[in-house]
Ligand binder design. Structure first.
Ligand code: PBG
Length: 324
């Protein structure tokens, strides 16, 4: 027989064998759906920069949550857009804030859903940075920690199942852990945005969350896209501080980083397929350049194959419908 003797194609020609041998799958329980909460009642406004996504008041978020649950969805992560912003982002810890109200409403409407919350100052500060500023405009690390911790505790008090600090301040996992434990929330896990790059792919989100910095950029706290050793360092520090789940963000352009962290820890690993990744798929699909559904599913599969246990993705509701 002609060389080669081995023929991997033997295993590819039957659909049953292909299914039996598939190494990686994406299931509804792997996905966390990010939603945007605004104050008020009966608000459901399409977000221009994110096709198919909405600004939702707490009551409409509860309605969406019920539908998502009915279709097989398992988990949400909430982002808040407050009425009032100040230098210290203090509205982030307001028990009557949009996220806090939405947590309660969602838990009433669909108690089976896991409700995680994003913990950060950028949506709540007038200047749009993820921490408080010095008079010269530097982002101050340690004074920011208390504010993040207070926000995390207010989410837990409202009934959140998990908190996810996304600010990239040093020491915030420990600060949030201590504050949660001190308020009786030892059982609430922390999913840390441990490895978060200063990425251009957050563009559509910043429009959706009205959280773009008014001056400067986030390079003083988010990571340099050229670095991967630093990714391991950030993950190790967060693990040492008590992070329960480590996240890499963005996902698609950083699959090597996901793999690296997968090999570094036995803790669960999450990846955030961010707004720009989603928007690119949508735009290419809408332009007829590719099969949106097939490309979207392949993007999720790639993220899982690289090592992610969980994926935060705007595709979650469509994924449920596609699977039928
Ligand atoms: C808040 C935060 C951001 C995202 C999640 N949490 C924006 C940022 O860091 O500027 C981005 C999510 C996305 O693009 O979908 N710090």
């Amino acid at each position: 027989m002609a060389f080669p003797l081995d023929r991997p194609r033997r295993l590819r020609e039957s659909a049953v064998l292909r299914d039996l041998l598939r190494e990686t799958r994406v299931d509804p329980e792997d996905l966390i759906y990010p939603i945007f909460i605004v104050p008020g009642k009966d608000v459901k406004r399409p977000i221009g920069s994110l096709a198919g996504q909405f600004h939702l008041s707490p009551d409409r978020a509860a309605e969406l949550a019920r539908g998502f649950r009915d279709e097989g969805g398992r988990a949400l992560i909430l982002f808040g857009i407050p009425d009032s912003k100040d230098e210290a982002g203090s509205s982030g810890a307001d028990p009557g804030g949009p996220v806090q109200l939405a947590i309660r409403a969602i838990k009433d409407a669909a108690p089976e859903l896991m409700v995680a919350t994003d913990v950060c100052l950028c949506e709540y500060t007038s200047h749009g940075h993820c921490g408080v500023l010095s008079p010269e405009g530097r982002v101050l690390n340690d004074p920011t920690l208390e504010l993040l911790a207070a926000q995390a505790v207010s989410h837990a008090e409202a009934g959140a199942d998990m908190v996810a600090p996304s600010d990239m301040m040093d020491g915030r996992v420990q600060a949030v852990r201590k504050a949660l434990d001190g308020s009786g929330f030892e059982r609430i896990p922390i999913m840390s945005y441990s490895v978060k790059y200063a990425s251009a792919f957050y563009g559509p989100f910043r429009e959706a969350a009205q959280s773009a910095p008014k001056a400067g950029d986030r390079k003083g706290y988010q990571m340099d896209p050229g670095n991967i050793r630093e990714a391991s360092l950030e993950a190790e520090l967060d693990l040492a501080e008590g992070a329960d789940i480590i996240m890499v963000k963005p996902a698609g352009p950083y699959l090597d980083v996901l793999r690296e962290i997968r090999l570094l820890t036995r803790r669960p690993l999450a990846a955030y397929q961010v707004s720009g990744e989603f928007a690119m798929l949508r735009a290419a699909g809408d332009a007829g350049l590719l099969d949106y559904r097939a490309a979207a599913l392949e993007s999720l599969l790639g993220i899982r194959r690289a090592g992610a246990d969980l994926i935060l993705t705007y595709l979650a509701p469509e994924f449920l419908r596609w699977r039928g």
